[in-house]
Design a protein around this ligand. Structure first.
Ligand code: PSZ
Length: 284
């Protein structure tokens, strides 16, 4: 039996009470998070919950729970559904009310829903790397908000998938921003480059973990954007996300990056990442 969280309680799927008037359906008017579970334990959960509250604040939404309560809900879902490796999905919408663009009355309470799912690590792609396709970044100018409005991301990912690429490498005015659901990193002459955390990208939690690992390992890293032309000439490229972890990129639009195999700095970061997580080291 799978347990879900909705309307303030843990419930089974058949008992979920979802309204057609939920503003998530009408407008994508909500925010969300995905938290990874390793060995039954949530990874960087505080950081994800904190970003959920930041996203909500940026769209003037008040989550009807504390950060501690949200953490507890996420932990409970992972535990009750006996997730070993997988993730917890949490979304908060501005609530259910007859369709008008402006916010509903303040008596309308945001709807919090969440579930946990078993999902293996994408080990083959992490080990071998993936091809990406360059796609123009046509999204809005508040990509720092983890919003449910994901049409720009969905269209970009689909464009990549149609040519057998695992991810879209997004570029705006010739500058690489991020992936459709990941952050992008390039390595040139021993220095790692990534787009600064501003309104044009989501400041990924995995991105922040990588920045920390670079400091620990004394690997030079610059939060300086690179162009799409520079991306083709990088020694190494990799992407990061909660589920993809640190994933090497082997080609863009069919052109090999470096020698076309995962690079040495990428491998070094992958090893350091795995060392923090006992269940990865144990090979579970
Ligand atoms: O399951 C999946 O495919 C996931 S779970 C999280 C993501 C994908 N992507 C998050 C994300 C994103 O959507 C965008 C536009 N940029 C960057 C990221 C990476 O953020 P973190 O590291 O916090 O997951």
């Amino acid at each position: 039996m799978t347990l879900y969280f909705m309307d303030g309680k843990f419930t089974e799927q058949g008992e979920l009470n979802i309204s057609i008037d939920d503003r998530g359906y009408y407008f994508g008017d909500g925010v969300y998070e995905v938290i990874k579970v390793y060995g039954g334990e949530l990874y960087t959960a505080e950081e994800h919950i904190s970003r959920l509250f930041q996203s909500a604040a940026k769209v003037k939404m008040t989550i009807p729970y504390s950060e501690g309560q949200m953490l507890e809900i996420a932990r409970e879902l992972a535990l009750c559904n006996t997730i070993s490796v997988g993730h917890v999905y949490i979304q908060v919408t501005r609530g259910a009310a007859p369709r008008t663009h402006q916010f509903p009355a303040s008596t309308v309470v945001p709807v919090v829903s969440a579930y946990a799912i078993q999902n293996p690590r994408p080990t083959s792609n992490i080990d071998n790397g993936v091809p990406v396709k360059s796609v123009e970044d046509i999204r809005w100018l508040r990509c720092d908000i983890k919003s449910l409005n994901l049409l720009g991301n969905v269209l970009a990912k689909q464009e990549a998938y149609e040519v057998n690429c695992a991810e879209a490498l997004l570029h705006r005015d010739g500058v690489v921003t991020e992936g459709s659901s990941s952050n992008m990193f390039g390595v040139k002459g021993g220095t790692i480059y990534t787009h600064p955390a501003n309104n044009l990208i989501l400041n990924g939690i995995t991105r922040q973990v990588v920045l920390g690992l670079c400091q620990e390992l004394a690997v030079p890293l610059k939060e300086t954007a690179f162009t799409i032309e520079e991306a083709f000439k990088m020694d190494e490229l990799f992407l990061t996300s909660t589920t993809s972890e640190i994933m090497p990129i082997t080609s863009i639009d069919g052109h090999s990056i470096g020698s076309g195999i995962p690079g040495t700095l990428t491998r070094k970061l992958q090893k350091a990442f795995a060392l923090q997580i006992p269940s990865i080291i144990a090979g579970e």
